[in-house]
Design a protein around this ligand. Sequence first.
Ligand code: SF4
Length: 347
Amino acid sequence: MPDNDNVLLEVRGLKTHFPAPAGTVRAVDGVDLTVRAGKTLCVVGESGCGKSMTARSLMQLVEPPGKIVAGEVLLHRRHETIDLAGLSPRGRKIREVRGRDIAMIFQEPMTSLSLVHRIGDQLIEAIRVHRDVGKRQAREQAIELLAKVGIPRPDKLVDGYPFQLSGGMRQRAMIAMALSCEPDLLIADEPTTALDVTTQAQIMELLAELQRELGMAILLITHDLGVVAEMADEVAVMYLGTVVEQAPVDDIFHDPRHPYTRALLKSIPRVGRAARHRLESISGAVPSPHDRPTGCPFHPRCPEVMPGRCDTEVPTAVRLGADRHASCLLHEPMIPSQTRGSVADDR
Ligand code: SF4
C-alpha cells in the first residue's frame, strides 16, 4: 500500500493475456501503478509496451479473447473500495463506474462519438444515464459543457453532428462527453497524437484547466516527454507489459533509477544541451510478445546489463522512496528473496 492516503486508484500485479495459436500474448504482465486524487500520472514507453492495454484493462474494456488473468485494480471511493478487476466486464457495477467514477478519451474521437447522432443528443444521453435530471435540464448542462471545453456557439453546435467539426473541435466534444458526469479520474490515451501541434497544445491546456477547476485525477498515456514535463505530477515508465519505474516527475527527469528510463531520456532533445549534442537511440527494438527474453525483459537492450544475472533473474519492484519504485536488479541484493509484485525497500 502506498504511503500517501490520497490514493484514488491502486493497481497491483495486473495481468491481461491474449491466448493465440503461437502462444499466450502477455500484453499486460504484472503492472503496479498508483494514481493520486487530483493529480496527473503520465504513462510513457515505446509503442507496444502495453500502455493502452493497461488503460483499457482498468476500465474492463479488453476485447475477447483477451482477459484479465490476475491482479487488482482498487478504486478508493469515499466510503468503499472496489476491485474493478474482479467485476464482470458487462455487469451493472462496472457500467456505473465507467463515466461516473472513471471516464476515458482516446486518440480517435469517433471511438466515443457516433457519427449519425447529434452531439447534443449524445451528451444528453450520457448525462441522463448518471444523473437524475429531465431532458430540458440535461440539454442546458450539455450546452454548458460544450462552452466549458471551448466550443464556439455551443447553443447552435449542440444540434450539430460530429462530422461537421474539425479534428480539434471533435476532440473537445469527446472531452465534454467524458466530463459529463464529473468523473474522479480521466484516462486520456494519446488524446492529441492525430492533431497539429497548435491544437495539441490547446487541448493539453484545456485538460490542465479542467483539472484545476474540477479537481479530477488524470492518467495520461503519451509518447511525448515534453507533454510529460508540462503535465505530470508523477510518471510511470512501461516496458513489455510492466511498469519498470514510477516516481514524481522531477525525480524521473533529474534522477532516473531504471536503465530504460535513462535510455528514454537520452533519446529526446532537452533544452540546455549543447546544440551539437548527439541524441542516443535505444539499441534494438521492443521484443515480440511471443518471444519474451528470460530474466529482466530489458536485458538484451540494457547498457548496464549484468551478464549471468539479468538474463536469469526477474527483477521485482523495489521501493526507492515514499512514492517511487523501480524494477531493476541494480537495486536488489544478489540473493533475491522477494516475490514478484511486492514492493521491497531500498532506501
Ligand atoms: Fe538492466 Fe539488469 Fe536492470 Fe534489467 S535488471 S534493467 S538488464 S541492469
